[in-house]
Design a protein. Sequence first.
Length: 271
Amino acid sequence: MTRKHDEVRSRNETFVERVTTRIWEEQPSSDNPYLAESLRCHGYDLIELAEKRSFTDVLYLLFRGELPSKEQSQILQTLMIGLSSPGPRHPATRAAMNTGIGKTDPLHILPISLMTLGGTVSDAGVIEEAIRFLRKQRRADPETVATELLAESSRPEQEDWILAPGFGSLYGEVDPFCNKLANTLLEFPGAGQALQWGSEFAASLKGQNLGWLRAGVAAAVFSDLGFHPRTGGGLYQLINAPGLLAQGLEMANKPITAMPFIKDENYIIER
C-alpha cells in the first residue's frame, strides 16, 4: 500500500535574527554580557521602582506600559486582596489541597490548581468573554439587557444558572461576598463604567437569585483599567495564586487522613 502525502511547500517566511520586546530592557555587564547590570521595565529602572512603587503599580506597568494613577492603583490593589484566594470550597483550592496532602512536589501545587481555576463556567476561562460582554453592552440599559437574557434562558434543573459571562448563581443563590466586593470597589474614585454597569445589571437579576460572580467583578475592573480582554484570564489566575499556594502548602505536611475520604455511595458512574 502506497501512502500519498501532501506536497511539501516552502512557507516563504523569514525569521527574525533576535527576539525583541518593548516590555523589558537589560543593560549588559561590562564584565559579562550574559549578566545584566541594570533592568528597565517599559523604561523605568527596576531598582527605582522597587524603592518607590508598589507591586500593584509594577504589575499594572508590565501589562499596560505605563504606571497607574493613584486611583487606578487603589482599585486594582483592592481587587487583588479581595480575590487573593478562592477559598476551600472552590475546586481549584481543593485541587491545591489534594496535591499538597498527596505529597506531590510542592512546585506542582500552583500549576495544578491554576489549571483547575481555568474553568470556562465562572473562573479564569470566562474572563475574556466577560470583558467583551461588558464592553459590548456598556451603552445598553442594564435592566433591559437583563430582561432580554432572562426571556431567552431558563433555570437549569441542577447546575447553577450562568445568565451571562461573569453573572449567575453560586450554589443556587447570589454570592454575598462578590456583591460586597463590588460595592466596596464602587466607592473608590477609580471605579469606572464597566463596574457601574455591572452593578446595575446584577441588581436587575437579584429577584432571580442571580448576580455578580468572581469572574464578573474581576472582568469589570480589568475592563475599566484598560487591560486587553485576552490578558484578563492570566491576571485572574495571578491574583488568585497566593491563596491557592498557601492552602496547598498548609496540607503538605499533614497525613493523608487530614482530608476526608469519599465513601463509595458518593461516587456516581454515569452509563
